[in-house]
Design a protein around this ligand. Structure first.
Ligand SMILES: [Zn+2]
Length: 130
């Protein structure tokens, strides 16, 4: 859905556009949860917890993952390969060797797109050839 003023938006967002963006985001979230649901019934006898790491720094695997493994647990690491080897405020991000290590240690590797794009924005061609 085209959004007004998108082509010239830079810097501050005008209040009217901000309201439009918020409504647009609300519509996207609501329609996605309505259209793309895959309900799953889990009859757990006790509470469940999932440990997930998004765009994970190396410490999430080598420190956090080690803590999980010591307790017989594993985590899920969502990796955006376009960010591999980078550095953020949380530290150095994962590298190629870390991906093999996390699998070897029983963790799960999740895909997080290559370029970390918002799934609503790109065209079909962008998703095929980022
Ligand atoms: Zn992310």
């Amino acid at each position: 859905m085209p959004m007004p003023n998108d082509s010239h938006m830079t810097g501050l967002i005008e209040p009217q556009v901000n309201i439009w963006r918020r409504l647009h985001g609300y519509y996207q979230r609501r329609s996605a949860s309505f259209l793309f649901r895959r309900p799953l019934v889990i009859n757990a006898q006790r509470p469940l917890i999932s440990f997930t790491f998004d765009d994970f720094p190396r410490s999430a695997l080598h420190t956090g993952g080690a803590i999980l493994n010591r307790s017989g647990l594993a985590g899920t690491y969502y990796a955006c390969l376009g960010l591999m080897g980078g550095e953020t405020a949380t530290g150095k991000l994962f590298n190629a060797d870390d991906l093999k290590i996390l699998i070897d240690r029983g963790h799960e590797l999740g895909c997080h797109t290559y370029s970390h794009c918002h799934s609503w924005v790109p065209t079909r061609g962008h998703m095929k050839n980022p």
